[in-house]
Ligand binder design. Structure first.
Ligand SMILES: C[S@@+](CC[C@H](N)C(=O)[O-])C[C@H]1O[C@@H](n2cnc3c(N)ncnc32)[C@H](O)[C@@H]1O
Length: 250
């Protein structure tokens, strides 16, 4: 597995991420409702094509969306224009594993959905949580989801069977799994993309990290964030993922 495999994956599917997350559509209104009001500045970490970015901007938030994939950011920026939400949104390229700073805050809230399982190394996770804590105002809240067992993520897909509903010209199928080390498993995916009549096929290895909620609470506490809420089955889906809500201590 290399970081490039994860980037290659998201670069390849940038215009189809919404199809991939369509089954989780309930997450968007659920998260907007949990953030509630009053609105303010929110950081959307690993924003992808912007499904949360635009729902929050439409609800009155000023959103800074960050992602490491240029293709993802291009899709999101085009949507911001098309939706008339460019004034309420800003897009910044940033690799969460390497960055030493997040876009300048302070923020009233931060969200990070479908991202932490890509941040594998404990020191990368610690540094990222520390940067998020620094970026929040006192009393600011962080909403993020984690997988809580090796049964989550790509393991929910049946090996060899293409993921349904991605539309023409894109085929993704799991071709293998490997339990690598504690809290990690690796999914090998076959990616087939057809553009202008040409089909490119490649395999990528996606290492997925899963987390223990108690350990996560300790990590948060170490950075001045208290874990205030654990939402299982959030957005109405049955899954091993949970949504955690943490607050920066005043
Ligand atoms: C599963 S998608 C979730 C996107 C969005 N949060 C959503 O729920 O629709 C994961 C996103 O995290 C981004 N990502 C993964 N690793 C990253 C990294 N190291 N730095 C920045 N972004 C990353 C990917 O490019 C992708 O857009």
């Amino acid at each position: 597995m290399t970081a490039d495999d994860i980037l290659t994956f998201y670069e390849t599917i940038a215009d189809r991420l919404d199809s991939l997350t369509a089954a989780d559509a309930g997450e968007v209104p659920a998260l907007v409702a949990l953030l509630g009001g009053p609105t303010g500045r929110v950081l959307d970490i690993g924003a992808g094509a912007g499904r949360f970015t635009f729902a929050l901007a439409a609800a009155g938030w000023q959103v800074t969306a960050i992602d490491f994939s240029p293709a993802m950011l291009a899709v999101a920026e085009a949507r911001a224009q098309a939706l008339g939400l460019a004034q309420r949104t800003a897009f910044v390229q940033c690799d969460l594993r390497r960055t030493r700073a997040l876009p300048h805050g302070p923020y009233d809230a931060a969200i990070m959905i479908g991202v932490l399982y890509h941040i594998h190394e404990p020191d990368e996770q610690r540094r990222l949580i520390g940067l998020i804590a620094q970026a929040l105002k006192p009393g600011g809240r962080l909403f993020f989801d984690v997988e809580t067992s090796a049964l989550g993520g790509w393991r929910r897909e049946q090996p060899g069977v293409p993921v349904a509903g991605l539309g023409p010209g894109l085929e993704i199928a799991v071709v293998g799994f490997e339990d690598t080390r504690r809290g990690h498993h690796k999914a090998r995916l076959s990616l087939k993309r057809t553009r202008d009549g040409e089909t490119a096929e490649r395999q990528v290895e996606i290492d997925c990290a899963w987390h223990d909620v108690k350990e996560m609470a300790e990590l948060l506490r170490g950075h001045g964030l208290s874990l205030d809420g654990v939402h299982r089955g959030w957005g109405g889906k049955e899954a091993d993922g949970v949504l955690l809500v943490a607050e920066k201590c005043p």
